[in-house]
Design a protein around this ligand. Structure first.
Ligand code: UDP
Ligand code: MG
Length: 334
């Protein structure tokens, strides 16, 4: 933040919006963000006067999202558009946006107006108070299925138990990050990005801002079950090696059960006239051990796949177009 002539503080803010097939809502979102940017450009209590840039990242949308963004950018000088070469997923789209952001602080927000843009002003105030990260914690989530609510609740709690850093509960990616934190994120080359965990890992001073999440303003969720499972796995596997210990534990338990079975069979054989009879017991034991081995191999495989991904060292994303950026910012990184 710099001190302008009038003695008032000035700073630059970047708002990053990942957009995937959001034609139904993107117009309304841009209008809300532009209104917010207008307000932030005027002096306000407890915060600097802000020059805002809005960076919309088109994550390979198949609908009119990119065309709408381009049309809007022609009329709105604060809007910048990054078009990725294909659908890379929400976390990578958000990364591309933060990489390109030039602000002293960067806000990540969804395109569907589930996170109220007006909350950003309060985030800025907390940042002004000295916090490096201000993350929104969801107190209410209307309009989501009971299944999503229950799985999300369970996921954040399991993740928190497993992970080596404390990842805040019920917290999505709606957050403000200072330049220090953004630069730290930029220095983290990992490919399977789980931003809310990475930001927790970065540390510095972090504050929670409770808010009631709204329903999606229009359109449908871009996180079908399959993506949700992938995302959850990325979170757990990127932030914990405990599943590997779990594999050891399952193996030990299986071996223990087998040992008991052996002892039981031996005792019967030596001290009684009854023998443990063949097929069923054998069959069950083989199936059981086979299952245990496959589960453990699968866990191992997930980690190996991640090592393989990192080893290939491909760029995180590729850009097709950059609109509205004055300088060379926003180049993809390796
Ligand atoms: N999104 C994206 N790429 C994807 C999936 C989603 O950029 O492959 C964006 C989407 O446009 C939205 C945000 O990520 O801005 C969150 O997605 P969504 O609202 O569909 O998820 P939900 O809120 O239902 O979990
Ligand atoms: Mg949403």
């Amino acid at each position: 933040m710099t001190d302008a002539e009038g003695g008032e503080m000035r700073a630059r803010l970047s708002i990053v919006v990942p957009c995937y097939n959001e034609e139904a809502v993107i117009g309304a979102t841009l209008a809300r963000l532009a209104a917010l940017a207008d307000r932030l450009a005027r002096p306000g209590a407890g915060r600097p006067v802000l020059e805002t840039e809005i960076i919309c990242v088109d994550d390979g949308s198949a609908d009119a999202t990119l065309a709408l963004l381009k049309a809007a950018a022609a009329a709105e000088p604060r809007l910048r558009v990054l078009a990725l070469s294909r659908n890379f997923g929400h976390q990578i789209a958000a990364t591309a946006g933060t990489d390109a952001a030039g602000g002293d602080a960067v806000v990540l927000i969804d395109a569907d107006l589930q996170d109220p843009p007006e909350l950003i002003e309060e985030m800025v105030r907390r940042w002004n108070d000295g916090f490096d990260v201000v993350y929104g914690t969801r107190t209410e989530r209307p309009g989501e299925s009971a299944f999503k609510l229950a799985t999300a609740r369970g996921f954040y709690r399991v993740l928190n138990r497993l992970s080596e850093v404390a990842i805040p509960l019920d917290t999505g990616d709606f957050r403000l990050m200072s330049r220090t934190v953004v630069d730290a994120l930029k220095a983290m080359p990992e490919r399977r990005r789980f931003l809310r965990g990475m930001v927790a890992w970065v540390g510095h001073r972090q504050a929670a801002l409770p808010y009631a999440r709204a329903e999606r303003a229009a359109g449908v969720s871009k996180y079908p079950l399959r993506k949700m499972v992938r995302f959850a796995l990325d979170g757990i596997l990127s932030f914990s090696s405990k599943p590997l210990q779990l594999a050891i534990a399952i193996g030990l338990i299986a071996a223990g059960v087998a040992l008991l079975g052996i002892l039981y069979a031996l005792v019967l054989r030596i001290f009684t006239d009854i023998w443990v009879e063949g097929w069923t017991a054998l069959f069950i034991a083989v199936l059981f051990l086979g299952g245990v081995q496959l589960v453990c191999l699968g866990i191992l495989g997930e980690y190996v796949a991640r090592i393989y991904d990192e080893a290939k060292g491909r760029p995180l994303y590729l850009l097709r177009e950059r609109i509205g950026f004055g300088d060379g910012a926003g180049e993809p990184r390796r």
